[in-house]
Design a protein around this ligand. Structure first.
Ligand SMILES: *Cc1c(COP(=O)(O)O)cnc(C)c1O
Length: 511
């Protein structure tokens, strides 16, 4: 790995980033002329952008007469400038991680270095035919092979698949592997999956989808698994203990080694939801703590924020005893050639076409190669420092759910002087938009009343977190001096507060 830091780590005095925060973004919006017309409403007959001289040569096969439309499609007729301004305006009234601080907890909306996109878009990768033979796909296979090895090393695991399409799909694949393992051992009566209430919601959902019975256990007062409660539920029917680490309260499951020992003594496996591995990367190897199966969200830990719903990529890493059940193909190296290995008789089969979401995997690989081993550890350190910094700045107005240090995200709640005015978490989230900040995750985790979950991520500067905290504190003051203003927010956005009951009962889905 190279030793040059490829992106700006927090508080690097040699290369300070300008504080962007909301102010700059607010200004961008202010300079945009409000114009809610659709492009079709701006249309003028005959207006157009570009005229080609002569006719373009027809290459498409002719459409059968009966299927030809009788009237021309109603498309907007716009000048080139109208078109460019229309879409540029739309893009600017949107919040995005490139324009705004985006502290969504449990989502890791970190900066996605542009070089990731450049690499994934290289002709040799992007132009590769999905059915290309291994022989003609050696470069891509080599990258995936190297990525597999590096991830195994970081996780302290023995084998890995890069096939799953995202986090929830990884959980599905991981539990499918566990199911195949127990079936092969003749232990089909292991049908229960123990899930603490601090786990991500996808965990019990996945367990149910596969026909397991999720057994929900309550956390102790410190937000961690209560070992006594766990002990009562472990038994001959337990297939898997499924832990989210750090859990959805942003807390490290410090009893994980004891949990693993207890699970193994009961003959069960330990699954770790490692979607938020950016809190642990380079600092902790889950395999050394007794984890048998874990998944990674390549699109969270290794950049590529997924808030836009774009493609993700997951990976599940397992210990040796589960290797045989992983999906096909696994990328292997034989002598100096790379190949997709399908010859795995105990495999659960394919879970995704081709090699998985290769574009996202290549972005993750690029991100990883840009960092030395030490710098990967700094990702986790900075993610943790930033979350604890935000929590400390806000402690007077927004008490934290847990008094302990958090990992990469903190869970706060509106203070008593705010709730006394009837201010809800949703009001704070909406008011933040007026200050130019995307809202944090709200009402998650479900076990915290009026939760506000903030994940600054490691890629934000101290100044940005300061600005965000200042806006949050200002809202807590407004909540007392002018509560209605907070309840009616947002005031500066193109779309104001919606009547959510009306929207659900009488949705108006047309312009
Ligand atoms: C995001 C997340 C998931 C789900 O991942 P997707 O890629 O959105 O399917 C699962 N578990 C945890 C802890 C997460 O943060």
């Amino acid at each position: 790995m190279t030793s040059t830091p490829a992106y700006q780590l927090t508080d690097n005095p040699k290369n300070p980033q300008p504080a962007n925060g909301g102010q700059a973004c607010g200004k961008v919006y202010d300079t945009i002329k409000p114009d809610n017309r659709l492009s079709i409403e701006k249309s003028a007959p005959g207006r157009r952008a570009l005229k080609f001289k002569g006719r373009l040569k027809h290459t498409a096969p002719p459409v059968p007469e009966a299927m030809k439309r009788k009237t021309s499609p109603r498309l907007p007729e716009l000048s080139e400038f109208d078109t460019v301004r229309h879409f540029t305006r739309l893009s600017k009234i949107n919040f995005s991680v490139d324009s705004h601080f985006y502290p969504l907890g449990s989502c890791t909306m970190k900066y996605n270095p542009r070089v990731n996109e450049d690499v994934a878009a290289l002709d040799g990768f992007a132009g590769l035919h999905p059915l290309a033979s291994d022989e003609t796909a050696q470069g891509t296979l080599e990258c995936l092979y190297d990525l597999q090895n590096r991830l195994c090393e970081l996780c302290g695991m023995d084998a890995i698949t890069l096939q799953p399409a995202a986090g929830a799909h990884s959980e599905f694949t991981g539990l499918l592997v566990a199911q195949a393992y127990f079936a092969h051992k003749g232990q089909k009566d292991r049908v229960e999956i123990i899930v603490p209430d601090s786990a991500h919601g996808t965990n019990p959902a996945t367990a149910s989808m596969l026909g397991f019975s999720p057994i929900n256990i309550n956390s102790g007062p410190d937000g961690r698994v209560d070992l006594e409660v766990l002990k009562r539920h472990l038994g001959a029917k337990t297939a898997v203990v499924m832990l989210t680490v750090p859990n959805t309260l942003g807390i490290f499951e410090s009893g994980i080694e004891s949990i693993a020992r207890m699970a193994h003594e009961a003959g069960a496996l330990v699954y770790m939801d490692g979607a938020n591995f950016n809190a642990l990367i380079g600092l902790v190897k889950p395999g050394e703590l007794g984890v048998d199966i874990m998944h990674l969200n390549m699109h969270k830990t290794f950049s590529t924020p997924h808030g836009g719903g774009g493609p993700g990529a997951g990976a599940i890493a397992v210990k040796k005893h589960l290797d045989a059940y992983l999906p096909v193909p696994i990328i292997k190296k034989e002598e100096d050639r790379f190949l997709a290995d399908f010859n795995r008789p105990l495999s659960v089969g394919r879970v995704k076409a081709f090699f998985g979401n290769t574009g996202v995997l290549l972005k993750a690989y690029t991100y990883m190669l840009m960092h030395s081993a030490r710098e990967l550890g700094q990702i986790a350190e900075n993610a943790i420092i930033n979350a604890n910094y935000a929590k400390a700045l806000l402690k007077d107005s927004y008490p934290a759910h847990s008094k302990e240090h958090c990992m990469h995200e903190c869970v706060l709640t509106p203070g008593p002087e705010m709730t006394a005015q009837g201010i809800k978490t949703l009001d704070i989230a909406k008011r933040l938009l007026d200050y130019g900040f995307h809202a944090p995750t709200v009402y998650f985790p479900l076990i915290v009343h009026e939760a506000i979950m903030i994940e600054p991520t490691e890629t934000e500067t101290r100044e940005t977190i300061d600005e965000f905290a200042a806006a949050m504190k200002k809202i807590s003051v407004e909540a007392v001096s002018d509560p209605q203003k907070v309840k009616d927010a947002p005031h500066t956005m193109p779309v104001k507060r919606l009547d959510e009951v009306q929207a659900a009962r009488q949705p108006n889905l047309r312009w």
